[in-house]
Ligand binder design. Sequence first.
Ligand code: SF4
Ligand code: SF4
Length: 401
Amino acid sequence: MLYRKNPKNGDELSILGFGAMRLPVKEDGSIDDKTATDMVRTCIDNGVNYVDTAWPYHMGESETFLADALADGYRGKVKLATKLPQWMVKRLEDMDKFLNAQLEKLNTDHIDYYLVHSLVGSSWKTIKEIGVLEFLDKAKADGRIINAGFSYHGDPEDFAPIIDAYDWDFCQIQYNFLDTNVQAGTAGLEYAASKGLAVVIMEPLRGGNLADPVPKEILDIWNEADVKRSPVEWALRWVWNHPEVTVVLSGMSAPEHVQENLKVADDGLPNSLTEKELQLVERAAEKYGELMKINCTACRYCMPCPEEVDIPACFEVYNNLHMFGGEDRLKMMYAAKMGGILRGAETNFASQCVQCGQCLDACPQHIPIPDTLEKVAEEFEGPGLGERIAFAKQLFADDSC
Ligand code: SF4
Ligand code: SF4
């Protein structure tokens, strides 16, 4: 494992952080505690010393899970990060309530890295007026938090004013080879680093979009490289190539992800990719831009939808159609999945959206969700859906019930 220094406090942080947002789950959707605990501990045993969670991850269960996963002496081996769900805060005292509840859930007396979660320009204005900076000062002074930061999903122009508004110790931004000009982007990364902040990176694989499955057109580009690397390796190495980056969070959801990420992290030195390799990554980014229709990272901040539309699942199937083809198979999968057949749940077709607009502000990618769902419905519903549902019921009835 390689380490990079937090310029604010000298902490030597592992370049790979464990993100507890996409943990392995059982059939009923609850966290697979045993597998997930093994994954967390394997990472720590191999040098990972930064673990990140948040109030809403896994419907509130991620923090509770980590309390157990970090028992048996593992808590002392890591810097633990969690986040204030600022969108749920109505008054100053709510912030204390959330932090104290998180300390209890995580079974710890302090949070090493505490973030104001998922800021955009407007939410920053609101939470600042409620008194978040006074709250952070107080929580640092009484030792409940050690370092204060924020995670960001807003527009590029709103990033620097937040950086300048407080003596932050770190920030967390979305960054990958496709997202160089959205949200904080490269300019934000460089600005935060120039101000002496540690920069933690989230979504290095863009919600897994850059990892699997990878379109043939992209694989062809990777195959041109002199040094052969997996798509995951290219994506992570590109982020680590930036010396301004401190930690890269990976939301590992299977033991094999742990093994691959640990291996790749051994080589994640700054400025280690050649000019030729960087040009290859740029070409892959251009090709993805041509192939991907909807900019969804599957973060699920838009969920739950009151009409039970599974928004990211709808977008995933739409993007897959446009990236990989396979219309018949994907239409059948859509019917089975959104028709509730595979999960034995309620239907959640894109056409069930009633355009209430509730999801719009929650989307860090600023996707016009209701309008985009209409396009999904146009392509995947209409004539033939009833037959596909009936066929999927026949096909999956035995396995799914
Ligand atoms: S606009 Fe549509 S998708 Fe969004 S929350 Fe409302 S019903 Fe759900
Ligand atoms: S639509 Fe937006 S909020 Fe919902 S999962 Fe995709 S990126 Fe996240």
